[in-house]
Design a protein around this ligand. Structure first.
Ligand code: 0FX
Length: 242
């Protein structure tokens, strides 16, 4: 089985080598042209190579039987997903909050969150589901703590089922509806706080903790003088409480 993996996520790169290497899989690891700056050292050493999925589609089809997207920021072209088995490891519980930063939207809109491994079709984070694992959102969570829980769940799903995922021996299940999709523009839009919006304290806390993800500075407002002010929340569950 000739395997390629595309990732644009620093944390995942070493995990991919660890997982695939420990099982004896020979594979090729790629990143997207846009994400290349985070991997400059690894590109120099040949650990990872840049791929333009659209331009290099023929080459990929010629050389590989299966492609994995692990937080890849390029859309897999229709011809690629229709010709070989392409599988996405996604930090969200499809079909809820497909697209960008699922846990941010799940904290706000209360839709379930977790990890999904699915067959890719031509739509983003869409296609028959192979494996899923839901994780909890606690009232003291921020985007960061939920994200860490989701990524751990993704890794466990892949670690426990890698051979079956690669061999294609898991029976795919249809998505339970189309769910909803959030674009990067949706995310950019929610970062600016509407200071005149009337909400409950619960909604305000949920909104701000959904945008709290150190070291990123996300939520902001402008003062009357036009100065930009970033806002994040510090939540700490009392260790004495139940
Ligand atoms: O690699 P990734 O974890 O995942 C993202 C999308 O959420 C995912 O649906 C897509 N398949 C993949 C290609 O890209 O994203 P990241 O490493 O850029 O960000 C991780 C988390 O960090 C994100 O969920 C929220 C937080 N974050 C990130 C950025 C860039 C922020 O809070 N603010 C930011 O500006």
């Amino acid at each position: 089985m000739k395997i390629f993996v595309v990732t644009d996520n620093r944390w995942w790169l070493d995990k991919i080598y660890k997982l695939f290497g420990s099982r004896g899989y020979v594979f090729k690891c790629y990143c997207s042209p846009k994400g290349a700056s985070i991997f400059s050292e690894e590109i120099k050493s040949g650990y990872i190579e840049i791929v333009d999925l659209k331009k290099q589609c023929d080459e990929l089809l010629k050389n590989f039987d299966i492609g994995l997207s692990v937080h890849c920021k390029q859309i897999f072209p229709e011809r690629l997903v229709n010709s070989i088995r392409c599988i996405n490891i996604h930090p969200g519980l499809n079909p809820y909050n497909r697209g960008w930063f699922p846990q941010v939207f799940s904290i706000i809109n209360k839709k379930p969150i977790g990890a999904t491994i699915h067959i890719m079709d031509q739509q983003v984070d869409h296609g028959d589901i192979l494996l899923q694992s839901e994780v909890a959102i606690y009232e003291w969570d921020t985007s960061k703590t939920v994200y860490e829980r989701v990524v751990d769940a993704e890794y466990s799903l892949l670690e426990d089922n890698l051979t079956r995922v690669i061999d294609g021996t898991i029976t795919p299940k249809k998505m339970t509806g189309e769910g909803n999709y959030n674009s990067i523009a949706d995310y950019v839009q929610i970062k600016e706080i509407d200071m005149d919006k009337v909400v409950t304290m619960r909604e305000a806390i949920d909104y701000l903790r959904a945008l709290t993800h150190s070291p990123y500075k996300n939520a902001y407002f402008y003062t009357g003088n036009g100065e930009k002010v970033f806002v994040s929340l510090d939540l700490e569950k009392d260790s004495q409480s139940l």
